[in-house]
Design a binder for this molecule. Structure first.
Ligand SMILES: Cc1ncc(C[n+]2csc(CCOP(=O)(O)OP(=O)(O)O)c2C)c(N)n1
Ligand SMILES: [Mg+2]
Length: 545
């Protein structure tokens, strides 16, 4: 048998051919053949401590690069652990592929080792999910999965790989290798563009709301351009707190007054209160631009004639075309734009002075006043925000171009995995992760992965010894005397990180924080600055400041 290949070699070589050299993974019986094949294909296996972390890392890779991130896990329980994290990637519109080992085809229905209906399990949290049925088509299916992940509205795709197909040997001439992965991107038509620009021109107080896919620096640049050209403030809604996300300042006051909403790849959903009263004016009109015809149809059902125009188009291509078209039409509404921008970007003057009222604890605003010049020092800095109330202060006070948040899914716990993946992409600029003490527990052991791989980042942990976001709900809805089940211990997470081989700092006074951050950055290690904070509700910004 000359020129024979294992199925596993086809998988590894296909990934290499597609330019996916880095694979986030955790070992397991079903996939050891791929680990072996990775040696010859030159794949870099970043192996982690929990399958969900591998998915979060592939998600971060997808969001930061626009290329598909790849996660590889074993079958059964490994796959089950990974699936939860796909929910975050789906809601964040992140292009990534989860490859899972799988019981051999001859075992199925017979009580095979770790047998599980994996593709069905992943289907609700992916754009597409299937089990490869022939060793010959492993390569083609991987190419197809990557293409789907990067087409239309980006998102995760799952492939299950039965172990007998991975171990099968076949003649190289029978292999179907992946071909072009050019993603499908629908352009905005000339007539549609003209129609949308005329609606924008006729509006007095328009706004453009973009979806998570536009949250990368390129998307943000396109939005800045379309905003400047049309006079309509253009913002990304990427948080489960939606209009009320602290990043967006007094957006709730702005949207109350808008007369036209242009949804630019933004699903009409709970995050924007379905563009309904009382959050929006009853007479508001809506334009929908979306890569997904089904979401346009859903918006039509929801809004009827208030949806005055809708079309299928890629949001980035549409933003570019609207910008070019608006320049010619000289559309501008500068007074409205200036007013809206102030509401979105200004912060209360009192935040410059606010300090903690509890000895030995900082107010979150003190932490982020100190951190702000450090995130602004290098334009390539990557900021990651994750968790409840404390991280909302960070999102509100740290304007950066490169930012990852846990996203519309509202699932906490991804930030350490994100930080590690971010450092693999950005070799020089600082990577900061802002997270709460509840949140850090989900994937604390990824500090070991980061130490092992030599991937420095600085976690700025806000430790209030509680799941405060939920405590705040209890205080608000049930009363201060009914707050229970959300307390944690004031753990020395900095010591845990030291034990895992990283750098740890413990801070109880604002004056000690700058030095701690400097030492953490200088250590060249993955670091955790354990900042004791007072429990503080997320900021709710309403005009006038
Ligand atoms: C996976 C997941 N589990 C639970 C929740 C509910 N939840 C949201 S914020 C939060 C508290 C986070 O606590 P911490 O990280 O300490 O931040 P804090 O609110 O205390 O600042 C919880 C439990 C969630 N969003 N996602
Ligand atoms: Mg907390």
């Amino acid at each position: 048998m000359n020129n024979t290949l294992r199925g596993a070699d086809i998988v590894a070589r296909s990934l290499q051919r597609m330019g996916c050299r880095r694979v986030f993974t955790l070992s397991g019986n079903h996939i050891m053949s791929i680990f072996d094949a990775a040696l010859d294909a030159g794949l870099d296996l970043v192996h982690v401590r929990h399958e969900a972390a591998a998915v979060h890392m592939a998600d971060a890779h997808g969001r930061l690069t626009g290329e598909a991130g790849i996660a590889l896990v074993t079958g059964g329980p490994g796959h089950a652990n990974a699936v939860g994290a796909l929910y975050t990637a789906l809601a964040a519109e992140s292009p990534m592929v989860l490859l899972s080992g799988h019981a051999a085809t001859w075992e199925l229905g017979r009580g095979g080792f770790q047998e599980l209906r994996q593709a069905e399990m992943a289907r609700p949290v992916t754009k597409a999910s299937w089990t490869v049925d022939k060793a010959e088509s492993l390569g083609r299916d991987i190419g197809e999965a990557i293409r789907i992940a990067r087409s239309g509205r980006h998102g995760p795709v799952h492939l299950s790989l039965p172990s007998d197909l991975l171990e099968a040997r076949l003649d190289e001439s029978t292999v179907v290798w992946p071909t072009s992965t050019a993603p499908v991107r629908e352009a905005l038509g000339d007539t549609d563009c003209a129609k949308i620009l005329s609606l924008l021109a006729a509006a007095e107080r328009p706004i453009i709301l973009a979806g998570p896919q536009m949250s990368n620096p390129r998307g943000r640049d396109l939005l800045a351009n379309v905003e400047a050209a049309t006079g309509a403030p253009a913002i990304v809604l990427e948080s489960p707190r939606g209009l009320a996300d602290a990043t967006l300042g007094a957006l709730p006051d702005v949207v109350k007054r808008v007369d036209l909403v242009v949804l630019l790849g933004k699903a009409l959903d709970f995050t924007l209160k379905w563009v309904g009263a009382p959050s929006f004016d009853l007479g508001v009109r809506i334009v929908g631009i979306d890569p997904d015809a089904e979401l346009i149809a859903r918006a039509k059902r929801e809004k009827n004639e208030a949806l005055v125009f809708a079309c299928v188009a890629d949001p980035a291509l549409a933003a570019d075309k609207l910008t070019a078209g608006a320049k010619h039409a000289a559309l501008r509404n500068s007074a409205w734009l200036a007013e809206a921008r102030r509401a979105l970007d200004d912060r209360p003057a009192s935040w410059r002075e606010v300090t903690s009222t509890t000895a030995g604890r900082l107010h979150p605003a003190e932490v982020f006043r100190i951190l702000r010049p450090l995130v602004e020092r290098d334009p390539d800095t990557i900021l990651i925000c994750d968790g409840g109330e404390y991280a909302q202060w960070g999102q509100s006070m740290l304007p950066v171009r490169r930012r990852l948040i846990n996203g519309v899914a509202g699932a906490i716990g991804s930030s350490l995995s994100f930080a590690l993946a971010a450092r693999l992409i950005e070799s020089k600029a600082p990577v900061f992760a802002v997270l709460g003490d509840g949140t850090i527990g989900f994937h604390l052991s990824e500090f070991e992965t980061a130490v092992r791989r030599g991937l420095p980042f600085v976690a700025i942990l806000g430790n209030d010894a509680r799941w405060n976001a939920e405590s705040e709900i209890q205080r608000r809805d049930y009363g201060a005397n009914r707050m229970h089940g959300c307390e944690l211990l004031p753990v020395r997470y900095d010591e845990v990180v030291k034990a895992l081989g990283g750098h740890g700092e413990y801070v109880e006074r604002a004056a000690d924080l700058p030095g701690a951050i400097d030492r953490a950055l200088a250590s060249g290690k993955p670091a955790c600055i354990n900042v004791m904070i007072e429990s503080t509700a997320a900021p709710a910004l309403r005009l006038p400041f």
